[in-house]
Design a protein around this ligand. Structure first.
Ligand code: CS2
Length: 496
């Protein structure tokens, strides 16, 4: 085993002899961006683009200060702090080639639970121009049935009552914008990087609803002054494994306690709508467009929905990873048919994008055997994902008389998954979901009332009263509850 070098700022000259390292002077970098929710995806995507830009131009005003709003963020904060906020990105190509580089764009990290005032001050500081978010699909506090801000959320109530020690992202943004307004500073841009169609509009609506309840005049100022660009974000980023850490230590001779791995493909399409300046990310591959709508819909309804299709059906069938699914001809065919027959007909044409080639590339990306994207990651928080990724496709196909079979089986499989929590071989499946208990409760009564799962109105809306859907769903439920074999139903749909 090689002797491994610790990843720190002082060691960068040595590490740079082995792998690519920041070529800019990190001591000059100021945080122009504050990012809330520093997970793997932020580190493989926005932080990656920003690092590339600093390498390219040596612009120093766009460093990133990470913010964690949850106690669970302490681990990543502690690790990054000990590494001077440096980490390694491990890019895994389908044929086995691996590229590694050290990313230096993060330059600080604050935890709100340690000091809420420090987070508000950072957001309110004159240097902060953009506040970007990866707070997950479920983080926007929207009631999916009404589309309205969920005012009854106890954390929201606590934030309305205690504006200087908030818990939610809305409490922090509002408190900071209030300070900026009082200080005569421009509003920052709020840049959502979550997989939600019109993610900027969603962030805007939810923040304004919150701010309105706190201070109507401030809400009007935010409405006038702050920008919320919509964006499509894309890079498959599996959960880091001990093998990734061992790879760096053994093959590169580098000790990094929490590197990030990802696929080579990356895409970021952003509406050029910023209130207080922005980095020239277009110099390193991002695309700025006037309207991101068709791109985001295409990505969410094909890639993210495709993941959920494989994730739920594959978990019950006994597959473990996305590439394992697409190596199985039954799953590969099912996925492609779902994309062609159900998802594509409800998409709008995207200028300059060949949808067939896009779908081919998705299947190739899913098949990357070195990514080993676990189905457990895909199935995480399905209750927040499916209403955005898959259920709208069913609604739109019902309205146009299109096929709904492929997607309906996924909902039926999700019911079985939530009810039994086991795959067809009896192996337990860990379900991680904010709504885990509600999902289980609703699914449990399926044998007495085949539609009980669909009565979760916040997820399914009025799907339970759509006869064409419920008839098909009930039939599928009957079949999969009989033998726990989703593969047989998939085959039946394909052969029909
Ligand atoms: C995945 C996404 O969370 C999910 O279910 O579909 O994380 C996906 O890997 C990314 O959006 C890729 O850009």
């Amino acid at each position: 085993m090689k002797e491994a070098i610790e990843l720190t700022q002082d060691n960068l000259p040595l590490i740079a002899k082995k792998i690519a390292c920041p070529s800019y002077d990190r001591s000059n970098v100021k945080a122009g961006i504050v990012h809330i929710g520093v997970g793997g995806f932020h580190r493989s995507h926005e932080a990656y683009y920003t690092n590339a830009l600093m390498n390219e131009t040596h612009a120093s005003g766009w460093g990133i200060c990470g913010v964690g709003l949850r106690e669970e963020d302490r681990k990543i904060r502690d690790i990054l702090k000990a590494q001077d906020y440096l980490y390694t990105l491990i890019v895994k190509h389908p044929r086995g080639e691996v590229e590694t580089c050290v990313i230096g764009s993060l330059c600080d990290f604050l935890l709100s639970c340690d000091d809420p005032g420090a987070v508000i001050d950072k957001l309110a500081s004159a240097d902060t121009k953009i506040v970007s978010l990866t707070i997950t699909e479920g983080g926007y506090n929207v009631n999916p049935a009404t589309g309205e801000f969920e005012l009854g959320n106890p954390d929201v109530q606590q934030d309305l009552a205690n504006p200087s020690s908030p818990k939610t992202v809305f409490g922090y943004l509002t408190a900071a914008l209030k300070k900026r307004r009082a200080a005569g500073l421009p509003a920052f841009t709020i840049q959502s990087c979550d997989n939600i169609q019109h993610n900027g509009d969603m962030a805007r609506r939810m923040l304004l609803a919150f701010a309105h309840h706190q201070d109507a005049e401030l809400a009007h100022w935010i409405e006038r002054e702050a920008c919320f660009p919509n964006a499509m974000v894309d890079r498959i980023t599996p959960v880091t494994t001990p093998a990734d850490i061992a790879y760096l230590r053994n093959e590169i001779g580098l000790t990094d306690a929490w590197p990030v791995t990802c696929e080579p493909f990356t895409q970021w399409v952003i509406e050029d709508n910023f209130s207080h300046g922005r980095p020239a990310w277009e110099q390193v591959g991002a695309q700025f467009v006037a309207d991101v709508t068709p791109y985001e819909k295409m990505k969410i309804r094909l890639l993210n929905a495709g993941h959920s299709v494989l994730g739920l059906l594959g978990s019950i069938h006994g597959h473990e990873t996305i590439d394992g699914c697409v190596a199985d001809p039954l799953f590969a065919t099912y996925l492609r048919r779902f994309m062609d027959i159900e998802a594509t007909p409800v998409l709008d044409p995207v200028e300059g994008v060949d949808l067939e080639a896009y779908k081919d590339s998705l299947i190739e990306r899913f098949g990357n055997p070195n990514i080993k994207d676990n189905l457990a990651r895909i199935c995480l928080e399905s209750s927040a994902k499916l209403p955005k990724f898959l259920i709208p496709t069913i609604h739109e196909n019902l309205a146009r008389g299109g096929s709904i079979q492929y997607a309906t089986l996924v909902i039926a499989a999700w019911c079985l998954y939530s009810d039994k929590g086991r795959n067809r071989h009896g192996v337990e499946l860990q379900i991680v979901d904010e709504m885990k208990d509600e999902l289980h409760q609703a699914a449990m009564s399926t044998q007495d009332d085949p539609l009980s799962f669909l009565r979760l109105e916040t997820i399914f809306g009025d799907l339970v009263s759509q006869r064409e859907f419920t008839a098909l769903y009930a039939e599928m439920i009957r079949a999969i509850y009989e033998d726990h074999d989703v593969g047989r139903q998939m085959q039946k749909i394909i052969s029909a």
